[in-house]
Design a protein around this ligand. Structure first.
Ligand SMILES: Cc1cc2nc3c(=O)[nH]c(=O)nc-3n(C[C@H](O)[C@H](O)[C@H](O)COP(=O)(O)O)c2cc1C
Length: 491
């Protein structure tokens, strides 16, 4: 494939923010301005079926599904999930959680979810669109990537783990061949690794080749950059280098864990990435984490970066998926300098530190967290483990404690764990109503920059567009109108 250094590179990557904070609308807006718009690929199957159950306003999901090239997979999904009149506060129907490493057909919902979001983001223009996935969430990865590739995705970005097999998987999927991924199974004793296979020919009517997207791993250390650039099968096209101030999951600090007086992990010199070493790898790179300002963009460029990846500023723009009232409430408090962000070492069942904005009425509050009845019904963050029978089972440190212990989990792992799956769906207005009548409540993640957003809000107000963010970062007060496109993307 063409090397990225020979093509014009975007200066701004709009960070992929799950779940559905970076939705197609945000990514399309950024892409139309000539930058890289990225959709989150996390839990897109659930996002898709929840939109369908909420009546699919504007017919967007149905329009995207009508364009899916293999229609035999579409009808059963519409029959099961589309509710023309919405739900009227009834519980959402769930997609059954996988109970084993399934075959290719069992991954179809991931394919459709990835396809719909990228299709809508790319519809009607030729700008660049990327998809972001978390490496640790392994089961949906191949299906989501294939769906995104069927819709013509240009970039794949993956952090939260070591995506060492992804370059080769992208090559295989692009060639219409079976891709596979080693699944990390706790206490696995068999000599052969557990692998998940995905054969495109079982989805497509016939083998077809697809564009191979550029792959940008998101990394936080020189050793990982070197490993991915030099020692994997298949190629990578650049890096996003993300520091510990970034929103979402963070890489844990190196060395023995040290915590500050609030209980947050402390990062030190060893966690600083040496950009000279990165430059020596000869690939373009973007800097992420607290780089959301024109000054930081300029600094990044002088350090040899192609640009920056920005999350937090885009997360609160009008186009993002955060639920509107939640977004406005957080920004109003940010404008008064009253929001704090806590790097929670325990909240995420992945064990990675997770940034939590302290917001009233959300799971950041101890009482709200304590009042929730544990339930695991989405299961994206479950950990595969070897069962007593030697098979692959799944458990989550945030599930009901007795169930987790019965699966061999340790009590200590359950303390302070939050159900990110349900809470992040609630943050984008798709919270579940549980069987006992409880409404799932949100949890808001943001970068440390949220604490310093007062200046930005003073200039742009609490109802700004992603277009304002791009203009601010590039130092342009007025951006040119994008050609042949309306920026207010409907639906
Ligand atoms: C709300 C939110 C959700 C995020 N979710 C993800 C995610 O799912 N995957 C990921 O790789 N990065 C995620 N990030 C990180 C962003 O993609 C980006 O790298 C980061 O926000 C950049 O730092 P900044 O927040 O200081 O701008 C998230 C960030 C935010 C603010």
């Amino acid at each position: 494939m063409q090397s990225l250094s020979s093509v014009a590179l975007p200066r701004i990557i709009q960070g992929g923010m799950g779940v559905s904070v970076s939705n197609w609308r945000l990514a399309k807006t950024v892409s139309l301005l000539g930058q890289l718009g990225v959709v989150s690929g996390t839990a897109m199957d659930t996002v898709m079926v929840r939109r369908l159950q909420d009546g699919d306003p504007g017919g967007l999901v149905r329009r995207a599904l009508a364009a899916f090239p293999f229609q035999q997979w579409v009808k059963p999904v519409l029959d099961k999930y589309f509710q023309p009149d919405g739900r009227h506060d009834q519980p959402y129907k769930r997609i059954p959680m996988p109970s084993r490493l399934g075959d290719t057909a069992s991954q179809i919902m991931y394919v459709l979810g990835g396809y719909v979001e990228v299709f809508l983001a790319k519809e009607g223009h030729s700008g660049l669109i990327g998809v972001n996935l978390l490496t640790k969430l392994q089961i949906p990865t191949l299906g989501t990537l294939y769906g995104a590739m069927l819709a013509g995705v240009d970039y794949v970005l993956m952090g939260a783990g070591i995506p060492r097999e992804i370059p080769e998987a992208l090559d295989k999927l692009a060639a219409g061949e079976t891709a596979s991924l080693k699944i990390d199974v706790t206490a696995w004793t068999a000599t052969e690794a557990a692998r998940l296979q995905f054969n495109p020919q079982e989805i497509a009517d016939e083998a077809q080749t697809l564009k191979r997207p550029s792959f940008l791993p998101i990394i936080a250390s020189n050793s990982l950059a070197t490993l991915l650039a030099r020692k994997v099968t298949g190629t990578i096209q650049g890096f996003v280098i993300e520091g510990p101030t970034a929103g979402g999951h963070n890489a844990p600090p190196r060395g023995a864990p040290v915590f500050d007086e609030r209980g947050q992990p402390v990062y030190g010199e060893r966690d600083v990435v040496d950009l000279e070493q990165i430059k020596a790898l000869g690939l373009p790179f973007w800097l992420a984490g607290g780089t959301g300002s024109p000054e930081a963009l300029e600094r990044a460029m002088t350090q040899g970066a192609a640009g920056i990846q920005v999350g937090t500023l885009f997360a609160y723009s009008q186009e993002s998926g955060f639920e509107a009232d939640l977004k406005r409430g957080v920004l109003e408090r940010a404008a008064r300098g009253e929001v704090r962000v806590f790097t929670d070492p325990k909240a995420s069942p992945t064990g990675f530190p997770f940034k939590v904005a302290e917001v009233e009425g959300t799971l950041s509050e101890a009482e709200v967290y304590q009042a929730r009845t544990r339930v695991c019904d989405l299961g994206y963050l479950r950990e595969p483990f070897q069962t007593a029978e030697g098979r692959v089972g799944f458990r989550c440190a945030s599930e009901p404690i007795d169930q987790y212990l019965a699966k061999g989990g340790e009590l200590a792992n359950t303390q302070g764990r939050k159900c990110l799956c349900n809470a992040l769906m609630a943050a984008v207005g798709q919270g579940q109503v549980q069987k006992n009548g409880d409404h799932e409540l949100p949890l808001v993640t943001s970068g440390d920059d949220l604490e310093r957003m007062d200046r930005f809000v003073a200039q742009f107000g609490t109802q700004y567009s992603a277009r304002d963010v791009v203009a601010y970062l590039l130092g342009d007060t007025v951006l040119p109108e994008p050609k042949n496109q309306q920026l207010v993307v409907g639906g």
